[in-house]
Design a protein around this ligand. Structure first.
Ligand code: SAM
Ligand code: SF4
Length: 305
C-alpha cells in the first residue's frame, strides 16, 4: 500500500502513477513501414474480443486510468472498432493512432461511438516518398489525405499528425508539413517523432538537437507541456511538438502509461518483453491484481543509475 498523497493503486516503485493505457487491438496492417516498431509487439497472433478489451479498460479505469490510446498494427482493420468504442467506460480521453488509409467514410461513426480524437501517421506530403516509407499500395496516399479531412469534419480534433523524422528521406519535408498543418487553423497539430531503432534503421536517425534548435529559431511562441515537460512550438500559426524518446531519462521518468498487446498481455514498457502479464483470460475480479502486478514490474528503461 502506498502512503504518499498523490499515489494510487497503480503507482510503481519509481513513484510513477499509471493514468493511461496504450492498447494494440491487432497486429495486422495493410502497410509495411520501413521503421515500424509495432508497439513493441512482434510475436502475437491472436486478438482480444470486444468483451476482453472492455473488461481491461473498465478495471483500469476503476484504478485511476483516465486515458486510452488504441493502436496496432492498423486498428481500422478491425470492423468491430465501433463496438469496442461503445463498450468502453467513461474516460477523459479516448484516441486512435492510425495510418488513416481506411478512415474516410468511417470518421463520423467512430466519433458517434465515443472516439475523441485521432493521431494520423503522415511522414511526408510527397506521394512517392510516402510509398517508399510505407510500402503502401497505389492510391493509398490520397485516401490518407481524405481521411484527415473527414476526421477534422467529424470533430475528431485536434488531429495530430505523427511525422517520424528520417534522415535523407523526409527531413526536407518539415516545412511543407508545417504549411499543411497551419491550413487547418488549430484543428491539426504536427507531432515530430524521433526515430527509434527497431528494424536496423539507425542510418536514418536525424540529429534531434539540430531539429530542436531549428524549431526554437522559427517559433513565435514556445509552451512547455506537463507530460514529459515536452515543448510546443508555434510556427507560422501551426502547433508543433517534438517527441524525443531515445536515451531520454526525463521521458521515462514521466511515463504514465501501461501498454496492452493485441493478444491481451499487459506490457510495462515498449522496450522490454520479459515482463508481460497475461490477462487474455482474466475475469473482472482477477484484473485489478494483475494490473497492479504489471505496474509493479515497471522500470524506467532510460534512467540515471
Ligand atoms: N498503424 C498505426 C499508425 O501507423 O499510426 C498505428 C500503429 S503505429 C506502430 C503507431 C505509431 O508508432 C505511428 O505514429 C508510427 O509512426 C510510430 N512508430 C512506429 N515505428 C516507430 C519507430 N521505429 N520510431 C518512432 N516511431 C515509430
Ligand atoms: Fe507500422 Fe502503422 Fe506503418 Fe502499419 S501503418 S507498418 S502499424 S507504422
Amino acid at each position: 500500500m502506498n502512503s504518499c498523497g498523490t499515489c494510487s493503486a497503480l503507482t510503481d516503485s519509481y513513484g510513477r502513477t499509471v493514468r493511461s493505457l496504450r492498447m494494440s487491438i491487432t497486429n495486422r496492417c495493410n502497410f509495411d513501414c520501413i521503421y515500424c516498431h509495432n508497439e513493441g509487439d512482434h510475436g502475437s497472433k491472436g486478438e482480444m474480443s470486444v468483451e476482453n478489451i472492455a473488461n481491461i479498460v473498465d478495471a483500469a479505469s476503476r484504478l485511476g486510468v483516465n486515458k486510452l490510446k488504441i493502436s496496432g498494427g492498423e486498428p481500422l482493420i478491425r470492423n468491430d472498432l465501433e463496438d469496442i468504442l461503445s463498450s468502453l467506460p467513461e474516460l477523459r480521453d479516448v484516441s486512435l493512432t492510425t495510418n488513416a488509409s481506411m478512415l474516410k467514410g468511417r470518421a463520423q461513426s467512430l466519433k458517434d461511438s465515443g472516439l475523441d480524437r485521432v493521431n494520423v501517421s503522415l511522414d511526408t506530403l510527397d506521394p512517392e516518398i510516402y510509398r517508399t516509407i510505407t510500402n503502401c499500395s497505389k492510391g493509398a496516399f490520397e485516401k490518407v489525405l481524405d481521411g484527415i479531412h473527414d476526421a477534422v469534419d467529424a470533430g475528431l480534433t485536434p488531429v495530430k499528425l505523427n511525422m517520424v523524422l528520417l534522415k535523407d528521406i523526409n527531413d526536407a519535408d518539415m516545412d511543407s508539413m508545417l504549411e499543411f498543418t497551419s491550413q487547418y487553423k488549430g484543428d491539426v497539430i504536427l507531432q515530430l517523432i524521433e526515430l527509434m531503432d527497431f528494424k536496423d534503421v539507425a542510418q536514418y536517425r536525424v540529429n534531434a538537437d539540430e531539429v530542436e534548435k531549428k524549431l526554437l529559431k522559427n517559433a513565435t511562441d514556445v509552451k512547455v507541456r506537463h507530460m514529459h515537460h515536452r515543448k510546443k512550438y508555434i510556427i507560422n500559426g501551426a502547433e508543433v511538438e517534438f517527441v524525443r524518446p531515445v536515451d531520454n531519462t526525463e521521458f521515462c521518468a514521466n511515463c504514465n502509461r501501461l501498454r496492452v498487446t493485441a493478444d491481451g498481455k499487459l506490457k510495462p514498457c515498449l522496450l522490454t518483453n520479459d515482463d508481460l502479464v497475461d490477462v487474455s483470460n482474466a475475469s473482472l475480479d482477477e484484473l485489478p491484481s494483475l494490473l497492479q502486478l504489471a505496474v509493479s514490474k515497471r522500470v524506467p528503461f532510460y534512467r540515471n543509475k
